[in-house]
Design a protein around this ligand. Structure first.
Ligand SMILES: [Mg+2]
Length: 304
């Protein structure tokens, strides 16, 4: 019932034939619906995606700095959860500081970090890996106790690599052909930067899959593993933790797979048209961070 009602509301919002008064009526209905269904009062922890939520490329999105302060004021603890495995948590902290967002490295949770935890859990310390990727995943694989080598590696780990060459694809494919296990940090086939959508880690993995016929085990969203690890890191549960992201096929699908409520902002990849066309539905939709903060009720304790 609720899903059908929500779908109708979204369809109404995107109808090109709506008059402005119809539009306002539908918008009110739409907002009321989401306000009633998203468990604002229970949420103590938030997993926050980065690209398309706090910034786009090197440009901060409006109210991004305010949003982090707003979370801190509300005592909503958070992890900045990103599928991007190119940077270390410290590099993310510094990158965010340059655009005026003050967080600690501890508050950053990347797919590289999750990949490292996975390799440790699998007891792979002392084994070896060939890595296609940048600092973030290289440091994370070393932190898990694996040696990085092109010579008969036990694993091939593939993340986004903006220095990708034909030789790297060849080494990875040959290693997998010789029996190395294939691990992907994240499945994003594209990601937004200042220029638009550009190839992501999933596109590099796809080239190796096309060569070898082997598909990788993927750690990042929409697989639930990374979100569950980040939630555990916050001491949260499915009852009091929500995911905030810009992408239906990774952020929202991952939240659904992890069993947690989700918020979609429309400042990144996914659009209202995608919402209408797709089967993956978030618990709440906000046009941007400003609208999300406006929608979030003031906790009852602050009225006293
Ligand atoms: Mg994103």
């Amino acid at each position: 019932m609720q899903a059908a009602f929500r779908a109708q509301g979204d369809r109404g919002l995107t109808s090109p034939h709506s008059s402005s008064s119809q539009w306002r009526g539908m918008l009110a209905c739409h907002e009321t619906h989401f306000t009633m269904t998203f468990p604002f009062e229970r949420i103590r922890h938030l997993l926050v995606d980065l690209d398309g939520v706090l910034y786009r490329g090197a440009i901060p999105l409006p109210r991004a700095q305010d949003f982090i302060v707003w979370l801190q004021d509300r005592r909503i603890t958070f992890r900045l959860v990103t599928n991007n495995a190119t940077l270390t948590p410290e590099q993310y902290r510094d990158k965010l500081a340059m655009i005026g967002i003050g967080i600690s490295a501890r508050e950053v949770f990347t797919s590289a970090l999750a990949t490292s935890l996975y390799l440790k859990e699998q007891g792979q310390a002392g084994r070896s890996a060939y890595v296609i990727g940048e600092d973030g995943i290289r440091q994370a694989v070393e932190d898990a106790g694996l040696e990085i080598t092109a010579d008969k590696p036990d694993w091939v780990v593939v993340g986004l690599d903006r220095q990708l060459t034909y030789e790297k694809l060849a080494v990875a494919s040959l290693a997998i052909g010789s029996g190395a296990r294939f691990l992907g940090t994240n499945p994003d086939t594209s990601f937004p930067n200042e220029r638009g959508l550009v190839p992501g880690a999933g596109a590099i993995q796809a080239a190796i899959t096309a060569t070898t016929g082997v598909t990788p085990k993927v750690i990042g969203k929409p697989q639930p593993l990374m979100l569950k690890l980040a939630m555990a890191d916050l001491g949260g549960s499915n009852e009091d933790t929500a995911m905030l992201g810009d992408r239906l096929d990774t952020d929202i699908a991952g939240a659904i797979a992890a069993g947690m409520p989700s918020i979609l902002v429309l400042t990144g990849v996914s659009t209202r048209e995608d919402l209408v066309a797709g089967s993956i539905q978030p618990t709440l939709v906000a046009a941007n961070l400003e609208e999300l903060m406006a929608k979030w009720p003031i906790p009852a304790a602050e009225h006293r």
